[in-house]
Design a protein around this ligand. Structure first.
Ligand SMILES: [Zn+2]
Ligand SMILES: [Zn+2]
Length: 445
């Protein structure tokens, strides 16, 4: 039998899937290979809602809720987190298929609405525990802290995802593989993630009775807070009932201050993704004895010798209400530069994911490297690192090279022209900055 190919989502499905408003009929498949790549196809809907939030926020408050430095970092993290999917099927789905193929004890019918609803609950229950463990085990927090590192709370924050999160989350869904077909699981694992996009907003205050059952913007604001009452609360994905059942629920109270208890104050994307692993390694090396070393890895991020498993939250910095988010000044010209290069990259990124099945592994590797390099450079530009001039010159030359050799194919001739002209001018600008390096360094310090 020929392997089924994933189909494209319709415009109507695309809009509804962000709110889990889909029926079992339209989202049931016999073959896991036929399950659409819903998350990959959601990009235009993410962008549409992001723009809508900025517009409505501006109408309501007169301010721009979206900061270019913070928002670009969040979107960059989201893009990086999906790069492994260019090479391998998600670890969650591939491990699930392995267990299903080898150890299933029952075969629930893939086309039954009962199976669909059971999988909906099963994935959400699994997510609650993935998420809870990601906060309560330091080694998993090293990945998940990426999502909490923004000091703002808007739709872009939802996309700030860790590239290493999947390394552990797959384990939590395996019990379902004993009876629920992979094609049903592959649908819900995507919708569960997509649902969590719209709840990252301050524009929706209260949803009445829905607050009892669903995870809502209000509940999830609490989850992102660093106020004492917010820490280690509201882990739910789509439903909030698990938190109510297992005692981790907290309603929204005092004004929430967002982000990590110790903000990282940088927009450098590789630092955002990996800094906690370095910190964890240092903690591990410095710990005395094997018991303390294991505790550093497997107890909570606030744990210290002599303290309970999750540490003492009374020790985290107190919220005064006067906290100011990290937002260093940078010139409008540099902001426009980052905007333009980010948009060009977004076109390339979409193109690579659209055509990934036609590209060789070498091309995919080259393009993934280019995407990573570009996002790293843009992060360093936002951070205004003096050393970025050399790196950015090299990247712009690399970009023109990829374009000339046909690896970057923007399709539209105007975009092709823009890539070459803009890339050339950018390389020239940064090359001049290298020559003027001493004066740039003086300015930055
Ligand atoms: Zn979390
Ligand atoms: Zn979140």
């Amino acid at each position: 039998m020929a392997r089924a190919e994933p189909s494209d989502v319709t415009f109507s499905q695309g809009g509804r899937m962000l709110f889990y408003l889909v029926s079992p009929n339209e989202t049931s498949f016999s073959d896991v290979g036929a399950v659409p790549r819903y998350v990959e196809q959601a990009t235009p809907f993410f962008v549409g809602l992001l723009l809508l939030e900025v517009f409505v926020g501006w109408l309501k408050t007169g301010n721009l809720l979206f900061k270019v430095n913070d928002g670009t970092t969040s979107l960059s993290a989201g893009m990086i987190s999906r790069l492994p999917n260019l090479f391998v099927r998600s670890l969650e789905v591939s491990s699930y298929i392995y267990v299903w193929n080898n150890f299933r004890i029952l075969e629930l019918p893939w086309d039954s609405a009962w199976t669909w609803w059971l999988a909906f609950l099963g994935v959400d229950f699994g997510y609650y525990w993935v998420h809870r463990c990601s906060h309560e085990l330091n080694i998993l927090w090293a990945a998940h802290q990426v999502h909490h590192s923004s000091e703002y709370y808007n739709l872009s924050t939802a996309l700030r995802q860790s590239v290493t999160q999947q390394c552990a989350s797959w384990v939590f869904y395996l019990p379902m593989a004993l009876l629920v077909p992979p094609s049903v699981f592959a649908v819900h694992i995507q919708f569960n993630l997509l649902y969590q996009f719209w709840i990252h907003t301050e524009l929706i205050s209260d949803l009445g009775p829905l607050e009892w059952i669903l995870n809502t913007p209000s509940h999830h604001r609490v989850h992102h807070g660093r106020n004492l009452y917010c820490i280690d609360k509201n882990y739910g994905g789509t439903l909030i009932i698990w938190d109510r059942l297992f005692g981790t629920f907290a309603p929204e109270g005092d004004k929430v201050v967002y982000g990590l208890t110790h903000p990282i104050n940088t927009f450098e994307i590789l630092y955002v993704q990996f800094h906690y692993y370095t910190y964890l390694w240092q903690q591990f090396v410095n710990a005395n004895g094997i018991a303390h070393k294991l505790s550093v890895i497997f107890k909570g991020p606030s744990w210290e010798p002599g303290k309970p498993r999750l540490g003492d939250h009374e020790n985290v910095p107190k919220i005064t209400g006067k906290e100011v988010a990290h937002d260093p000044k940078w010139s409008p010209a540099l902001q426009a530069y980052v905007h333009a290069h980010f948009l060009l990259l977004l076109c390339v990124y979409n193109d690579v994911f659209d055509t990934q099945y036609m590209l060789s592994q070498t091309t995919l590797l080259l393009m993934a490297g280019y995407i990573l390099l570009t996002l790293t450079c843009l992060g360093c530009i936002i951070d205004q690192r003096p050393a970025v001039a050399l790196l950015e010159t090299a990247r712009c030359v690399f970009m023109i090279g990829l374009h000339s050799l046909g690896f970057i194919n923007p399709g539209a001739s105007l975009l092709a022209l823009a890539t070459r002209v803009f890339g050339g001018l950018s390389a020239l600008y940064w090359a001049v900055q290298i020559l003027r390096q001493p004066s740039v360094e003086t300015k930055c310090h």
